[in-house]
Design a protein around this ligand. Sequence first.
Ligand code: FMN
Length: 189
Amino acid sequence: MKIIAFNGSPRSGGNTELLLNEALKPLQEAGHDIVLFTLNTMDFKPCQDCGGCTETGICILEDAMTGIYSAIREADRIILASPIFFYSLSAQAKAMVDRCQAFWCEKYLLKKIIPAGTHGRKGLLLLVGGMKKEECRTTAETTAKGFFRTCSVPEHETLFFGGVDAKGDIQKHPTALKEAYEAGKRMGE
Ligand SMILES: Cc1cc2nc3c(=O)[nH]c(=O)nc-3n(C[C@H](O)[C@H](O)[C@H](O)COP(=O)(O)O)c2cc1C
């Protein structure tokens, strides 16, 4: 299967990355084709709301999103991992999600959905926040749900770990890494 994963954290070696690596482990072990996008290192603009995609479903900007659009089209599984920043996805993750407005136009205006392969399409959302507030999960998840459905991913699973703040703290969480591994394994099914 083709698996794509987005790391929305700017903190290299941070909690999001550790969690995402754990979810990817069983997929690597099973020999799936995995492409990881570390969004903070990629050069792309936020959506300019130029209307360029309205009639075609194709973004007119030429930047690193071009490769991401192709990868999303071909993906059987999409994993989105982000820290909670101000009760939502990080700016890095949100900028990528906003650029999927092109897919929104394709799906909802032009009435074309991205066809699924033989394995169907599934998503996994991984969220880490410093606070233990349920609003952090629900706000970020609402945005992520919009992203998944827009990219024609009909179902996704969410893992949210609150109270995880300092770099590496996720390793002290009693179940987080194991839960991420198990969720990754389910993505491979
Ligand atoms: C700009 C910024 C905003 C943040 N806002 C929130 C927030 O609203 N809610 C929360 O629970 N944690 C918030 N945090 C804490 C991070 O979610 C937390 O430190 C997380 O573990 C970072 O993950 P990372 O190591 O993958 O970057 C914020 C951190 C930063 C830097």
